[in-house]
Ligand binder design. Sequence first.
Ligand code: NBX
Length: 828
Amino acid sequence: DALETHPPGSVSQKEHIVSDEITREQLKDEIIAALRHSRGVSLAEANNEDMYVAVSTVVRNLLADKWIETREDTLKGNTKAVGYLSAEYLLGTQLPNAILNSGVPQKVEAAVKELGFDLNAVEDVEVEPGLGNGGLGRLAACFIDSLATKAVPAIGYGIRYTYGIFRQEFDKDGNQVERPDYWLYKGSPWEQANYRREQRVGMGGVVVTTKDGKREWKPAWQFRAIPYDYMVPGYESGRVGTLRLWSAKAVDEFDLLTFNRSQYEDAVKGQTWAESITKVLYPEDSTYVGKQLRLEQQYFFSAASLADAISLFYPGEEHPDMTTFPDKITFQLNDTHPVIAIAELMRLLIDKYGYDWDTAFSITQRTFNYTCHTLLPEALEVWDAKLMGELLPRHLEIIEQISDWAAHDQAKHGASPEAIERMRIYSNGRVRMAYLATMAGSHVNGVAELHSQLLKDITLKDFADLYPSKFTNVTNGVTPRRFMRLANPRLSELVTKTLGSEEWLNDLEQLKGLEKYADDPQFLKKFAEVKHQNKVDFADWLKRTQGVEIDPNSMFDTMIKRLHEYKRQSMKLLQVIALYNQLKSGQRDINTFQARTVIFGAKAAPGYAMAKLTIRLINNVARVVNNDPALQGKLRVVFIENYNVTSAQRIIPATDLDEQISLAGKEASGTSNMKFAINGAVTVGTLDGANVEIRERVGAENFFLFGMKVEDVEKLDGNYNPRSYYESDPDLKGAIDAIASGMFSYGDPNTYKEFTENLINKDPFMALADFREYMDIQDKIEAAYQDKQAWTRMGVLNTANSGFFTSDRSIQDYLDRVWMTGSLPQHK
Ligand code: NBX
């Protein structure tokens, strides 16, 4: 069903393409035909954009048979499928990945070249679908890649936002300005509207009791949910999975009027409301905002996805045997965003299919599992019951019942009345979504060992005490196809040559085989040369796109992630300013100073004032430092505008030093830390999130550890006095005073007052407490970098020992610990 029509320009009806047998000449013909049919241009007329669409069309066609076959095998139901429910997918560009997984990447490359085009330039045309905020959305994208590569029958479900994460610009003062990301401006050759699988989703209205005493929801509004399907090609698995993103549309006028004839005005209003539901991604990634539209988005995609799965696995059945549903598909809830799906399945089971409460709850519990991605209490979703009741009155009723059931069950398991009170899903007019997910699903997992432990010890302690076997860990991972093979072709080639095959790309532990070359000067030289070339490329790109010049011979020191106080970009900045002060005062000799380029990339939530002020400050520190002739260009600060997946793929392979400096106990996992380690950067980091596991694997001597541990933070909590650090550390005081003096604001001492005052008086994430150790470790890093060969060796050992951090392994862990299912046979 997913492939309803062939995309325009397809020539494959005429001559069936078997991808591995296709020749370069045939590919060229296909591309030319696609140019003519889908773009209406000849080869001679075609520009890069035409070529991008034509090549994409042809590569899609190569994958079509495998897509259909994978779907058919998935729906046969011999192997339980996985439904990944995520409000975000931060996909990155599609064309390079699709070519890699087309089965004939070299032939495609050659064909494009022989047609007179530069494939890199053609690929640069693509606008990445930025349908996520950060780590959580990118993790979902890595997971669907690994599901397809491991031939797991799976469907990714999500939202097709018309506007993705905002495009970031900097104004003349260095402030972040948010511009709408209309990524579909020129359409996308990768998506396919699949009207045959459209669903209806209701909202609002009332619940009535029918004659036979049943509760029935009469929604006031209905919306069309249109699925847009994306291919998810696996690497060397012969499988192509499906990502199904829902878009909201109004039902047609006629329907609207019969639906609600008496309220014409409201009916028309409903039409604009419909279109608004999937219009824009919320750009907040760490503070919960209880907006009605957000709950509408969550319910909209959850309900459409459940309806879709039921109709896929019980086609045409009016009375499906839903007791078998959990054997057909298991749903993973990516954070609490889709947790309303729990109440929706209960509603369907009870109200639509007539099951009793106990049976319905047992089916539901067996169907869902929940992944938590945070430790910040302010990020946990707690919906106002009134708001939820107005939008989803029947769901609120059901949640109230689950809440009562949960209290009983907890009592049965011996919980105290106080503990039961603390664990209430629904109380005081609030609905706690994490608690609902914990009680109404089978498993709960954190995303790194430390995080899963802290969930059990703190965030969900009461639950873990009562139901210990529910709790498990799945450490995050990243796809080596995108973040190594595509992002770093030079290193990939070196690895393949050294190991003798490309098998490491879907069996990443094989990187271990590089370890024995860690002391081989020949290999170290090649490894260092790869890094250097990547740095040259990155410098060229930066010059081209941002007009900024940097020196590839300096150390590239990178911090890329969402801007948040807990991640402590401000601490990095204080270190840079302290360094600047030392160089200016002569306390540090400019002649022996190791040249450094400090690279930042970060978006701030539009309403997060402190984060936005930090962005402004970084830009202005860059302005002052980069224009100071006294530094002879040896210290540079660059802020990558509009940091996204595409730029991450350029920055990571060029990085020497990776900054993972969050306050211990705050970063659930982190995933860029894994990408850096795989690409042979060395990390400076705290014992937080997955840093702990990375350090364990790459070896303590190949990781620059500093800062307080979780226990130290706990001890300091409550009587923390940041001012004492400020007053006793001259470097720290000098850095903060420099900001306060107006040095980075053309002499105006007020511009960053809130920034400096916040640090001195509150410093909620204890940057000042870790500052001294951070300065000292940076000195050690500087010294270590001077010994080029020793530094390269550390990079090699990072690459060699980070095979664990492939998302293929994360998916295997989910299969073994959570989903209890396996793979389809691989079809080559
Ligand atoms: O999820 C991130 C964590 O902060 C990382 O430590 C972790 O590695 C990653 C993957 O597990 N969380 C995250 O990115 N959250 C969001 O983007 C987010 C988006 C919307 C929202 C709340 C959080 N309402």
